[in-house]
Design a protein around this ligand. Structure first.
Ligand code: PLP
Length: 428
């Protein structure tokens, strides 16, 4: 595989962009490689500057659920561009996207658009604090909620893979109100509530964790989170940046039939454009400026091009519910291929799958939280990843991320991926 141009670009970038990348996991550090620089993407394929074509299971880290450059989405984006790219003023498109979200997700009665998942989470936490008049926030180990200071307490995702346990530059004071609990641990949750219930403004959770690899909530875990938060007047925030409109059109909350007080959405609601949103009960959302005392603002919030891409993406998902079934079926095939190869070549592997999201963990132990995820043999993952890439399969360069299947993945893509899995395992 020729990677000359990518290597050259990476070298140049490293001089003027920290690590050569604008988000750390992209640097391929944890797999000991230099990243392909991407030139274009279409459907299920992504193409690098050296002309290598890959089947893409990153999907821009989730949002490309319809595949890349979906013709209807692109056409809406083009049309929106012709009307001007930003006004910093209210538009009908913002209202349309808000209505689609509110219709899909019953717990959301009001929604505010922002430009990233980080911004959405940060704002939701501020609202929860403003609404309750309390300061403490509980998050779970291995869940990632963006890079705002208060939530960079033992965050997962990019930080895990670059081997930095926490971030420098976050003052201890900023995280002193952040409590970190193990995911899926009901006893510890009860203990924390016994101690802090009356100080907690919010509990924030990925209802299916996607940032320590995919980890499903254990039976009863989310129900207990809901029960305790309700009992003590704590705002329950579901971070559905990964699961929203992905696990089902109603998100993970629709799937598990648990209603949080607030929900955070991200990239998927912008169809790949920079968008995030946070919403919840009207009573809670009414504390936000200009109607309430909690300040939050954004020049590019509700950007018309991003809204156009988001509206079309969500409309297609809403009007074609079979998409969810078909992407899940493809994920099931991949899950089976991984497990078959693990058995055939005697390499310990556990697969966690939730709908069209899955992770293969190189460990013989069930992965239910960060501690068990960290038991993975990352050297096996590294080798596996390199062999997959060589075979033209583009996955997240980290053991602790998900594979995202899209509606653009065809039968041939899945067959080619299954052969690549077999080859990669045969080389381990
Ligand atoms: N929350 C979750 C669950 C995420 O997975 C991410 C990013 O992947 C974020 C928040 C932050 O979103 P963004 O990268 O758009 O800031």
């Amino acid at each position: 595989m020729n990677t000359e141009k990518s290597q050259l670009l990476f070298e140049k970038s490293r001089n003027i962009i920290p690590g050569g990348v604008n988000s750390p996991v992209r640097a391929y550090k944890s797999v000991g490689m230099t990243p392909p620089f991407i030139k274009s993407a279409q459907g299920s394929k992504i193409i690098d500057v050296d002309g290598n074509e890959y089947i893409d299971y990153v999907g821009s880290w989730g949002p490309m659920i319809l595949g890349h450059a979906h013709p209807e989405v692109v056409s809406e984006i083009k049309r929106a561009c012709e009307d001007g790219t930003s006004y910093g003023a209210p538009t009908e498109k913002e209202l349309m996207l808000a209505e689609i979200i509110i219709d899909a997700v019953p717990s959301v009665e009001m929604v505010r658009m922002v430009s990233s998942g980080t911004e959405a989470v940060m704002s939701a936490v501020r609202v929860a604090r403003g609404f309750t008049g309390r300061d403490k926030v509980l998050k779970f180990e291995g869940c990632y909620h963006g890079h705002s200071d208060g939530l960079l307490a033992k965050a997962g995702s990019g930080l895990l893979t670059t081997g930095v346990p926490d971030s420098a530059g976050v003052p201890a004071d900023y995280v002193k109100n952040t409590i970190v609990a193990p995911y899926n641990d009901c006893d510890e949750l009860e203990n924390i509530f016994k101690r802090y219930a009356n100080d907690l403004a919010a509990v924030i959770v990925e209802p299916v964790a996607g940032n320590m690899g995919v980890v499903q909530p254990k039976e009863g875990f989310l129900a207990l989170v809901r029960e305790l938060t309700l009992k003590h007047g704590v705002i329950l925030i579901f971070d559905e940046v990964i699961t929203g409109f992905r696990v089902s059109f109603k998100g993970a909350q629709g799937y598990f039939e648990i209603e949080p007080d607030m929900t955070v959405f991200g990239k998927i609601i912008g169809g790949g454009m920079p968008v995030g949103a946070y919403g919840g009960r009207k009573e809670i959302m009414s504390v936000i400026s200009p109607i309430g005392p909690v300040y939050q603002a954004g020049t590019l919030s509700g950007n018309p091009i991003a809204m156009a891409a988001g509206i079309k993406t969500l409309e297609i998902l809403r009007d074609n519910p079979h998409i969810y079934k078909s992407i899940e079926e493809k994920a099931v095939e991949l899950e089976k291929a991984l497990l078959d190869s693990s058995k055939q070549y005697g390499i310990p592997l556990k697969v966690n799958r939730m709908g069209s999201l899955l992770s293969g963990f190189f460990t013989g132990e069930d992965v239910t939280d960060l501690k068990t995820a960290m038991k993975c043999d990352v050297e096996h993952f590294r080798k596996y990843f390199r062999n997959m890439l060589q075979s033209g399969i583009y996955m997240a360069p980290s053991q602790f991320e998900a594979i995202f299947v899209s509606s653009a993945h065809g039968k041939e893509d899945i067959e080619k991926t299954i052969s690549a899995v077999d080859y990669a395992f045969s080389k381990l």
